[in-house]
Design a protein around this ligand. Structure first.
Ligand code: AMP
Length: 233
């Protein structure tokens, strides 16, 4: 059985989180978002959380060794055996190097999907993004607004703006992307990876998810259809 690690790659606001959630339902693989994992640590105010809170609030990247450790532990969990979806990782060349070794040792083949989005659209998307603090559902005021304004469709919780979706932090996040993450494009394209670019500027999220699903040469046995109600991550 071929085992894949799907790496969703792209700037902040390119729809990685939305696609990861849709593809988790389709493929049954866990969605691993380093941003979500790090935010959980900040919220629980544990040792790691206190260490990284300021960096995250500023929109800069958390040091590689801390993120690498989290990912290494997470992908060693049994639910990752058939495959998993990485959202927001790797984000630097050293992170990609460490992941490459880890995947080779565990027998996973990486598939990189680059979500291409126009710069102006990214800024508009990030500024219009809303999050349900209870279930993690993401909304976009422009293209995927909640049925009732400011309230989550699934659990009725009041929606929030993520702390790092404020305008000045958005600029810092995009700078971090340009400086530290964008160079990975070259790394992926010339490093022998299965690499695909998908136009994610327009189009319904479900249609983009279908396009991505078709790109992964996954066999039926590597899919896992989660039982209803499970798989929240
Ligand atoms: P995200 O939710 O993916 O946009 O990530 C939010 C924030 O978490 C980023 O602005 C960084 O501060 C931090 N972060 C998430 N993933 C990584 C990563 N792979 N490397 C370093 N910092 C990260």
């Amino acid at each position: 059985m071929n085992r894949f690690s799907l790496i969703l790659f792209g700037p902040p606001g390119s729809g990685k989180g939305t696609q990861a959630k849709l593809l988790r339902q389709r493929l049954g693989w866990p969605h691993i978002s380093t941003g979500d994992m790090l935010r959980e640590h900040v919220q629980s105010r544990d040792e790691l959380g206190l260490q990284i809170a300021d960096v995250m609030q500023s929109g800069k990247l958390v040091p590689d060794h801390l993120v690498n450790r989290l990912v290494e532990l997470r992908i060693s969990q049994p639910d990752c055996e058939r495959g998993f979806i990485l959202d927001g990782y790797p984000r630097t060349v050293p992170q990609a190097g460490m992941l490459e070794k880890l995947l080779a040792a565990k027998g996973f083949e990486p598939v990189v999907v680059f979500l291409e989005v126009d710069y102006n659209r990214i800024v508009a998307r990030l500024a219009g993004r809303r999050l349900c603090p209870q279930c993690g559902a993401l909304y976009s005021l422009a293209s995927n607004a909640p049925v009732i304004s400011k309230v989550c469709d699934y659990d009725g919780a009041p929606l929030i703006v993520r702390e790092d979706d404020r305008e000045e932090v958005i600029r810092e996040r995009l700078t971090a992307y340009e400086r530290q993450t964008r160079p990975l494009l070259d790394y992926f394209q010339h490093g022998g990876y299965l690499f695909f670019a998908v136009d994610a500027s327009d189009g319904a999220p479900q249609a983009i998810a279908s396009q991505i699903e078709e790109l992964i040469p996954v066999t039926a046995e590597a899919r896992f259809v989660p039982a209803a109600g499970s798989g929240s991550e």
